[in-house]
Ligand binder design. Structure first.
Ligand SMILES: [Cu+2]
Length: 386
């Protein structure tokens, strides 16, 4: 019977492990780039940074309108109920907006859940049968049997086989989740603060965004911005969304200024700790345009529940327009990120490999960092410059 309990426990842990990846990035982080170069915000791109000045039509002349906002500053795109957000009374995992999320949710729904259900039903039946069949009235003289080699072999071997069967796709999934982004990825740095998120786009002219939760109409004074249903559900809508292009790999780097936070968006299958003085990295590619909601998922203090995350995925052309509206610049397509060069093991096939890319992909991040000069080692400074 112990063997069966172990199966149930192990299966439960495996299920929990599906979403609770919080600890894994910490373990993976030493592999992550120690000296990450960050272009100084907005004013002067660091010498050698891949900011291409020529691309946009002179933002100085006519300010480009933010394509995601209405003239009054409210969001144009509202959420689709059930997509990228929780729904009242619903059980299970949100529909996934990334390929990795789809495969992970499929693993959970089609493999783990049936196994767990079958084991639970089997144990329940076994218990009920034992209680009824071997009750004192039906079985007045108890058996003195204490060993049965065949049964012991079975109840040891079967759980081992089940665990091995689960481990195979689990480990493959973990490896995929922390596979470094290709070097043409869009780098976004998410910084947790008590209690809001701020973001930087170091490869896009150092755009920085602060995202605060929108208050309800009853909580603000007349004339102040409040949440509408287009902004998103209560407690999940923010004033400034992060905008990402669909179909493009995003390299997400998470860190924090004060205490440990966690950047979590269920529809992307991402939950990553944001730790002061440390850079955790993951990557994702959003398949469908839309608005996706998440929350800080590490208990970080009094207003932990009030630092939501909103990602708006748009077509690449709209993203370029948004970058221009934010006063940023699109990096040259041929150049990799200066802020976070691709790591060994990243997928070079996603990339239109140029000689420059090849050098960075195989080269040494430290060399890159020292060449650019105006860099900051986030890990060493504890992010005091944020
Ligand atoms: Cu937090």
């Amino acid at each position: 019977m112990h063997g069966l309990k172990a199966i149930v426990l192990a299966a439960g842990l495996a299920l929990a492990g599906g979403m609770a990846q919080a600890q894994a990035p910490a373990a993976a982080a030493p592999e992550a780039p120690a000296p990450v170069t960050v272009a100084t915000p907005a004013a002067a791109p660091a010498p050698g940074s891949p900011v291409e000045q020529a691309a946009t039509a002179a933002p100085a002349e006519a300010k480009v309108a933010d394509p995601t906002l209405n003239p009054d500053g409210t969001h144009k795109t509202g959420p689709v109920p059930g997509i990228g957000m929780p729904v009242d009374g619903k059980l299970g995992i949100q529909p996934q907006a990334t390929k990795l999320g789809e495969s992970a949710a499929g693993f959970h729904n089609n493999i783990l859940l049936p196994i767990i259900t079958a084991i639970s039903i089997f144990v329940l039946i076994l218990l009920a049968w034992t209680i009824v069949r071997y009750r004192r009235k039906a079985n007045p003289v108890p058996s003195k049997t204490s060993h049965n080699t065949l049964i012991e072999i079975i109840w040891t071997a079967v759980p081992v086989l089940i665990l091995a069967f689960i481990a195979w796709p689990s480990i493959a999934l973990l490896a995929k989740q922390f596979k470094p982004a290709p070097d043409n990825a869009v780098t976004i740095k998410a910084i947790g603060n008590q209690w809001y998120w701020s973001y930087e786009y170091p490869d896009h002219g150092g755009i920085s965004i602060t995202a605060n939760m929108l208050k309800e109409k009853s909580e603000v004074q007349a004339g102040q911005r409040f949440r509408t249903d287009v902004d998103g559900p209560r407690l999940l809508a923010v004033d400034n969304r992060i905008v990402v292009p669909v179909g493009t790999p995003i390299r997400l780097i998470a860190t924090a200024n004060d205490v440990i936070h966690s950047w979590a968006v269920p529809a992307f299958w991402i939950k990553m700790d944001a730790i002061p003085g440390r850079l955790n990295e993951t990557s994702f590619t959003v398949d469908k345009p839309g608005v996706y909601f998440g929350q800080c998922s590490e208990l970080c203090g009094a207003r932990h529940a009030y630092m939501p995350i909103v990602v708006e995925a748009v077509e690449p052309a709209v993203f370029a327009q948004w970058v221009a509206a934010k006063g940023g610049t699109m990096p040259s397509a041929a150049k990799p990120s200066a802020a976070a060069p691709a790591q060994p093991g990243s997928d070079a096939a996603d990339d239109t490999a140029t000689p420059a890319n090849a050098i960075v992909a195989t080269g040494n991040a430290t060399v890159e960092a020292t060449e650019t000069g105006a860099t900051t080692n986030q890990a060493a400074t504890g992010n005091t410059d944020q």
